[in-house]
Design a protein around this ligand. Structure first.
Ligand code: FO1
Length: 308
């Protein structure tokens, strides 16, 4: 079975680790969010691409959920001594990835191309595709004006109330060269339990992606990132509220209708099954919290059994 997943960073990485353990990695394509990408110290940082690459090659710092394991922060400290910016913590090992990517982009290589090169060098066995080679940037409107995602999330610690969201550049962007084909030719599409607004939303904003999801013959399954009325991690709850979506599995269903076929929800949220059906998706009830490798694999098995 060929599976194409839509993914953000940390939450997605857990399910993808499970899927990669349950199927031939060659049959797994991941379309990743690049709406969080930022320029830090003049370098192109792609947090979700790197989180997924590190997680699927055993290099992720599991405690933080981002950056490389066993990293040090000597360059960051030196930057601080110089009076440079240190609010976005780039580790020393991680820095090599950003320098390598930035040099390739400046030499004219596409983001898809350099993501493939980095993945091959690190032993990544699945196919990882940025959603677009063009800049699409998630921006959040607060009382102080518009902020980039990393300004809101890391610098501002996601504490400011969000009034609006935009995906700047989306209308002019083209989907990555293999992205639409990966949606059309898959047997199943898996929307990872990522933030519907700032992780999956940017992917959906790329022209052609929603249409491909609506037209594909693949069965489309999403896993809810909301359990018991709150996001499993991160600011998904606040951001869904800001978009007028209920912070509940029904809010996730609303974000993904009319193209989602199945929505996997937590056992404790089984009471939402009927409203989900009314929204046009079929609920699948299971244990969806991934706290260790076994639960990642168990959820991956449930996902694969549901789409089979
Ligand atoms: N998240 C933080 O909360 N603080 C950081 O200093 C930080 C640095 C960082 C460096 C590289 C990288 O790839 C990710 C990093 N993140 C950091 C994570 C991050 O930006 C977000 O988790 C994602 O954008 C959300 O998917």
């Amino acid at each position: 079975m060929r599976v194409t997943a839509l993914a953000g960073g940390t939450g997605a990485a857990k399910l993808l680790r499970g899927l990669a353990a349950c199927m031939h990695p060659r049959d797994l394509t991941v379309v990743a969010n690049t709406g969080d990408d930022a320029e830090i110290w003049g370098l192109h940082v792609s947090p979700d691409l790197d989180t997924l690459t590190y997680a699927l090659t055993g290099r992720l710092d599991l405690a933080r959920g981002w950056g490389a394991a066993d990293d040090t922060f000597h360059a960051l400290a030196a930057m601080g001594t110089l009076g440079g910016e240190t609010w976005f913590r780039l580790g020393d090992r991680d820095l090599a990835t950003h320098i390598f990517r930035t040099r390739a982009l400046r030499a004219g290589v596409t983001l898809t191309g350099v993501t493939g090169t980095i993945g091959r060098a690190l032993g990544l066995r699945i196919r990882l595709l940025p959603m677009s080679d063009d800049p699409v940037r998630t921006r959040l409107q607060t009382a102080d004006g518009w902020a980039s995602f990393q300004d809101y999330f890391v610098r501002g610690r996601a504490r400011t109330q969000v009034l609006g969201i935009e995906y700047a550049g989306a209308e002019k962007a083209t989907a990555g060269p293999a992205v639409l084909d990966a949606i059309h030719t898959a047997n199943a599409i898996v929307v990872c339990p990522s933030n519907p607004v700032t992780s999956i939303g940017p992917i959906l904003s790329v022209p052609g992606v929603r249409e491909a999801l609506a037209q594909t013959n693949a069965i489309v399954l999403a896993v809810s990132p909301i359990v018991s009325g709150a996001a499993v991690s991160g600011p998904a709850g606040d951001l869904m509220r800001a978009c007028g979506l209920p912070v509940a599995p029904t809010g996730v269903a609303r974000a993904y209708t009319p193209w989602v076929d199945l929505l996997v929800i937590d056992r404790g949220d089984a009471g939402y099954s009927h409203p989900i059906l009314e929204l046009g998706a079929e609920p699948v009830v299971g244990d969806i919290l991934m706290t260790d490798r076994e639960s990642e694999i168990a959820l991956a098995r449930l996902v694969l059994a549901s789409v089979a």
